[in-house]
Design a protein around this ligand. Structure first.
Ligand code: AMP
Length: 126
């Protein structure tokens, strides 16, 4: 599977469509989800062209990997949901591929919080 540079997050990174940015550095962009599922719902994406978490872990540089993780932590603190900074908690979700129900094929982590998020996954027959 190759990276589709027409996906909506690639367009956001190129400035072709607007976004509600909450954080940006050389390697990372984070913006509010257009259809929020919780009071805090931020999407954190690398600026590099990575399809999913597995692609990123395999192919990103150490610098990109570190920047991404640090950014997620920083955003959780800035959003006031980080437990180590007195927040009430959050959940990270990164959907990958068909079974993961990934809609946008550019790696993103959903950072959701601000309310009790509930069960980790929907119960279903395994
Ligand atoms: P996923 O199913 O993990 O691929 O989630 C994709 C997410 O992107 C969904 O939560 C959408 O609401 C969100 N989304 C799609 N288009 C935009 C956009 N233009 N700006 C912000 N969020 C978006």
């Amino acid at each position: 599977m190759s990276y589709d540079d027409q996906n909506i997050f690639a367009k956001i990174l190129r400035g072709e469509i607007p976004n509600d940015t909450v954080y940006e550095d050389d390697h990372v962009l984070a913006f509010r989800d257009i259809n929020p599922q919780a009071p805090t719902h931020v999407l954190v994406i690398p600026k590099g062209a990575y399809i999913s978490f597995d692609d990123f872990c395999e192919n990103a540089s150490d610098t990109e990997l570190v920047a991404y993780m640090r950014a997620i932590g920083k955003i959780s603190r800035e959003e006031g949901v980080a437990p180590v900074a007195g927040g009430n908690g959050f959940r990270l979700i990164s959907n990958a591929g068909e079974d993961g129900v990934q809609e946008v094929p550019h790696l993103h982590v959903h950072l959701v919080g601000g309310r009790r998020i509930g069960r980790m996954i929907q119960p279903a027959a395994i």
